[in-house]
Design a protein around this ligand. Structure first.
Ligand SMILES: [Zn+2]
Length: 402
């Protein structure tokens, strides 16, 4: 199969599983008309929205299949172009001494499943793999970045210096004074846990940040997170990794190949992926350095949390690690700290802050999860019954934290 034929098969199958109808090209555009009207209402500038529409009109003409969702494809195309720009840049080439060969952007697409984030697979066309992303993971990335960005305690101190603290007590107090951090995070995690659908959370447009610094951090987290998801897969392709993962394996979780070798590949893809995504910020402004790895770090943290949620849903120990293709989140974060970031104090402080915020969110998640199991029993884990249950949990979350 060619990459596009393979993508079409995969999307057809995934749409069936997700009971997802395929909209026409006009409906695809219309959906975004509504969406951008909402964004305009919430203060997004006309200039930005006009650019967004121009991109969508271009993207609709290059969708690889009739099943392809428009908005996420457009985001992904922009991210691939951003990364291509990095690889072509003089700074990157000088540093990597041309060891990374520039290859054309591979065929890529999305599927409406949130149980995995992304993968790369070889096709019958030896030089062109296929990269597939989970559509909903990008909504998830956006919303968790905003929530975590609001959790940073960052302020203008007396001598007019910007101060950021990693001190646990201060962070805890900041989070309790900004309860939206917890409410939004839990709303999102339960939307994923109970319905596999991060798009049914409450707050999607109207975000008020504690300060303009928090907003800046959230933007860096979000952009870095998205770039890293794409850069990790792109890195597999650039590094010539060829681990076979067929459609069955991907949709039904059947693993086959040698696992140690894949762990090595994963760490290599993380490393190059993190470096590529970081350079996106550095070629614009070297002042971004301490913030340039934040999104990658948050992404790996989130994969860890989603893994824990899947374990809870299957009645397993939360730390159970079932993937024979990926090392666990903790190991991947350790590598990012030690092999990629090294001793950049500022970046490591930011990582500590993310660690703490995520640990707070996870503690609260488990409290509510356990209460849910007590109230609803095993049906809490049964997705087909969960819409009403989710709405109950959601209102409980907002009552409790806001
Ligand atoms: Zn990988």
């Amino acid at each position: 199969m060619t990459p596009v034929e393979m993508l079409r098969e995969l999307q057809k199958e995934a749409n069936k599983v997700a009971k997802y109808d395929v909209p026409s090209a006009e409906d695809k555009i219309a959906k975004y008309e509504k969406y951008s009207n909402l964004l305009r209402l919430h203060g997004h500038s006309n200039e930005v929205m006009d650019m967004f529409h121009k991109q969508l009109e271009e993207a609709i003409n290059i969708l690889p299949t009739e099943y392809q969702e428009l908005g996420t494809y457009n985001i992904l195309m922009q991210l691939f172009l951003d990364l291509e720009k990095v690889i072509k840049s003089d700074v990157f080439r000088a540093e990597l001494k041309d060891s990374i060969e520039l290859k054309p952007i591979p065929t890529f697409g999305t599927v409406p499943l949130s149980t995995f984030s992304a993968f790369i697979t070889p096709t019958d066309n030896a030089s062109m793999p296929l990269i597939v992303f989970s559509e909903k993971f990008f909504i998830f990335a956006h919303l968790i970045s905003e929530a975590v960005g609001m959790g940073f305690y960052i302020f203008n101190s007396d001598d007019n210096m910007i101060t950021i603290t990693a001190q646990h007590d201060s962070l805890k107090e900041h989070i309790s004074q900004n309860p939206i951090v917890m409410a939004r995070s839990l709303d999102l995690l339960f939307a994923y846990a109970l319905l596999d659908d991060p798009s049914i959370t409450k707050h999607r447009f109207n975000t008020k940040f504690p300060s303009k610094y928090n907003e800046k951090i959230a933007i860096m987290l979000h952009k870095g997170f998205e770039l890293f998801v794409v850069a990790h897969e792109y890195a597999h392709y650039l590094l010539g990794h060829t681990g076979l993962r067929n459609i069955d394996e991907l949709l039904h979780g059947v693993h086959s190949s040698d696992c140690e070798e894949k762990y090595v590949d994963e760490i290599a893809a993380d490393t190059l992926g993190a470096v590529l995504s970081s350079y996106h910020f550095l070629i614009e402004d070297s002042e971004y350095k301490p913030l340039s790895f934040l999104g990658a770090y948050l992404c790996i943290h989130c994969l860890g949390m989603l893994n824990k949620i899947n374990n809870l849903k299957l009645g397993r120990d939360e730390d159970y690690h079932f993937s024979d293709t990926h090392p666990n989140s903790e190991i991947r974060r350790m590598f990012l700290r030690e092999s990629v970031v090294g001793n950049d104090e500022m970046t490591l402080t930011f990582f500590d802050i993310i660690d703490f915020i995520i640990s707070q969110i996870w503690e609260e998640f488990k409290k509510i999860w356990n209460e849910g199991i007590e109230i609803y029993g095993d049906s809490f884990m049964d997705k087909s019954l969960s819409r009403e249950m989710f709405e109950d949990v959601q209102s409980e979350i907002y009552e409790r934290y806001i």
